[in-house]
Design a protein around this ligand. Structure first.
Ligand code: GLA
Length: 404
């Protein structure tokens, strides 16, 4: 009697264990499992070159990712945005622009891979891309097979010309198609936050999702597009929209405040440094969008600041929060894996001001003594108790780590 009960309990326990093992094996067996465990880093053509993309441009940029030290700093994806595609052939296969990509897309991918980098392309869930090129609608599985054959590692999937399509279903469909190709491909959902992708992006296998309209190379504000629709965003407009979304980010699935404008000429170097620091505190994908081939050293120093990048790439995968706001003065904090905090003191105002981060705002007791390190000066600032204060210039940041 007693033995029988032990046997049956053991049997039930063994079955349960088997069931859990099978389930988790299934989950890990899709090719896209375990992608983007830290926010993706790379370069994309759109912010600087828009539709002027070509094989020469992409190969030159890939070379520069290596030569400039960007690869060493962690940038790995080289992504071609809109306008590489021109039509579909009689069988419905997507056709790359033969004039600008004379050796085809596989040759571009092979070249990128030969440098130890990864290859990204762009398409759209609707009938046409935003620039009017053929979209993916109705060709999802066919395109996924083609992308896999070209060696694509990253797909940005846009949301133009989608009429009445359901966003969640459309992105689930392309993820299923990509996985069916057998190749691990990062899926970048680009539907501008219209259907709150932070609520379903992870479930459908998206690795990152835009939460806003496009970034513009500007410090602040929103501007309507030429057709009157809303809006392109400056840096501060984007961080305001990203701030409430921190709980949705984590390893494998990130809020995407859009690609970097660092080095594109519309902001001061101080503003670019703030832009980069804020993207790092947001655990944002760091996709550079400038012409890397002729960066000034000041721009290269921003993009390759390894201490700031380490904050972005911290393995805990927390998105930072805005923990204090007093008019133009803000404190942003991100918990790091070792229990320390990365902190950005931000001054959005027109004149220099003193900004303080209290230990309480960082989730520490005020009595705690912690070591503070400045991530732009690359300098230890010593042991501090209760709060850290610094003078912050207009549109600037002071970025530190606070380590108990
Ligand atoms: C949309 C996207 C941009 C870019 C363009 C390309 O506007 O949000 O990031 O990909 O389309 O046409």
């Amino acid at each position: 009697m007693q033995t029988g009960r032990v046997v049956s309990t053991t049997f039930i326990f063994a079955c349960l264990l088997l069931f859990i093992t099978v389930l988790s094996a299934q989950e890990n067996s899709v090719p896209s499992a375990n992608l983007a465990l830290t926010p993706p880093m790379g370069w994309n053509s759109w912010n600087k070159f828009a539709c002027n993309v070509s094989e020469d441009l992409i190969k030159g940029m890939a070379d520069t990712v290596v030569k400039s030290g960007m690869k060493d700093a962690g940038y790995v994806y080289v992504n071609i945005d809109d306008c590489w595609q021109v039509s579909r052939d009689a069988n419905g296969n997507i056709v790359a622009d033969p004039q600008h990509f004379p050796h085809g897309m596989k040759a571009v991918g092979d070249y990128i891979h030969s440098l130890g980098l990864k290859f990204g392309v762009y398409s759209d869930a609707g009938s046409k891309t935003c620039a009017g090129r053929p979209g993916g609608l109705g060709h999802e599985y066919q395109d996924a097979i083609q992308y896999a054959a070209w060696g694509v590692d990253y797909l940005k999937y846009d949301w133009c010309n989608t009429t009445t399509q359901d966003a969640k279903a459309s992105y689930a469909n392309i993820r299923a198609a990509l996985d069916a190709s057998g190749r691990p491909i990062v899926l970048s959902i680009c539907e501008w936050g219209k259907s709150q992708p932070w609520l379903w992006g992870k479930e459908v296998g998206g690795n990152l999702w835009r939460a806003t309209g496009d970034i513009n190379d500007r410090w602040g504000g929103q501007e309507k597009w030429k057709d009157g629709s809303c809006c392109s965003n400056g840096v501060t407009a984007i961080i305001d929209q990203e701030a409430p979304l921190y709980s949705y980010a984590g390893p494998g699935h990130w809020n995407d405040p859009d690609m970097l404008e660092v080095g594109n000429g519309g902001m001061t170097d101080v503003e670019y440094r703030s832009h980069f620091s804020l993207w790092a505190i947001l655990a944002a994908p760091l996709i550079a969008g400038n012409d890397l081939r002729n960066m000034r050293p000041e721009i290269s120093d921003i993009l390759t600041n390894k201490e700031v990048i380490a904050v972005d790439q911290d393995a805990l995968g927390r998105q930072g929060e805005r923990v204090a706001k007093n008019g133009d003065l803000e404190v942003w904090a991100k918990q790091l894996k070792d229990g320390s905090r990365a902190v950005v003191l931000l001054n959005r105002g027109a004149a220099e001001q003193q900004v303080s981060a209290s230990w309480q705002d960082l989730g520490y007791p005020n009595s705690l003594s912690a070591s503070v390190r400045d991530l732009w000066q690359h300098k230890d600032l010593g042991q501090v108790t209760g709060k850290f204060s610094a003078a912050v210039a207009s549109h600037s940041v002071v970025m530190v780590t606070v380590k108990p």
